[in-house]
Design a binder for this molecule. Structure first.
Ligand code: 0L1
Ligand code: MG
Length: 257
């Protein structure tokens, strides 16, 4: 039996991002399952690498109940981050570069010495050199931000852009830090790092395990986005966005008017 056209599907998703045009979901029509969807994600990454982008890390998606409920998908997923997606802290993005961008507050890890594939992390402080507050800008390439599990995996888990705040030493506990998402100085979302799989440190174990299933190994020096602590909020032109994470500080982003 002939399987889904991995390169063709990646081409459609890549073109949707490049032309800032939403497309219909593809999985049902093309027979994508979770494994072939990750193959599409890899082909989509290759498209970016071919035009000179650099892989700088990995992101987790749908690590909280709020996020799962928001999009109606209930499995943890992972995607790829490239240098072009990284916006400097306090930097500006143009809403017009995205189809229907949303922002969400996250926790980022700077990876250090990771265990061998298949091994659990023995000591988090060895595996992670520093932590930071972060903002992820997600932008589904599908119309109405609506997708199935294979669809969203193929679409690189809606990755659009991300901001990492100042790196700081790993604090003693990461499991119940207060998180705020502020838009124009007003609180838009309130949460806790506990919403990220109970403890964001768990997201790294999951990332290593889930990416490992597809032959992808995490590397020293990579950025790891552990997932959002709240639901995502639409990003409007002119908005000033701040993610505040207790003990870690803030990351911020402006949307050009
Ligand atoms: O980072 C995320 O949690 C996004 C995962 C994909 C689902 C979505 O687009 O919200
Ligand atoms: Mg996210």
């Amino acid at each position: 039996m002939i399987g889904p056209d991995i390169t063709g599907i990646a081409g459609k998703l890549g073109a949707a991002a490049d032309t800032v045009t939403a497309i219909p979901q593809l999985a049902a029509e093309t027979g994508l399952d979770v494994d072939t969807a990750y193959a599409v994600q890899t082909a989509l990454l290759q498209r970016r690498l071919d035009r000179g982008e650099r892989l700088v890390g990995l992101k987790m998606g749908l690590t909280s109940k709020a996020k799962m409920a928001q999009v109606g998908v209930d499995e943890v997923i992972w995607g790829r981050l490239t240098d072009v997606m990284l916006v400097p802290d306090g930097g500006t993005v143009s809403v017009g570069d995205f189809i229907h961008p949303r922002v969400e507050p996250e926790v980022a890890f700077l990876l250090d010495r990771l265990p061998e594939p298949g091994e659990p992390i023995a000591d988090f402080a060895d595996a992670v050199r520093a932590v930071a507050p972060a903002i992820e800008l997600i932008d589904s390439r599908y119309a109405n931000f609506t997708f199935s599990l294979p669809d969203v995996i193929a679409d690189n888990t809606s990755a659009g852009a991300f901001v990492v705040g100042p790196w700081c030493p790993v604090p003693d506990g990461l499991d119940n830090l207060g998180v705020l998402l502020e838009i124009d100085g007003r609180i838009a979302q309130v949460g806790s790092t506990a919403a990220i799989l109970g403890d964001p440190r768990r997201a790294l174990d999951e990332g290593i395990r889930l990416a490992g299933r597809h032959g992808v190994r995490l590397h020293q020096g990579w950025i790891f986005l552990a997932g959002a602590a709240t639901a995502a909020v639409p990003l409007r032109p002119g908005a000033h966005v701040r993610a505040v994470v207790e003990k870690l500080g803030t990351a911020s982003l402006k949307a050009a008017a």
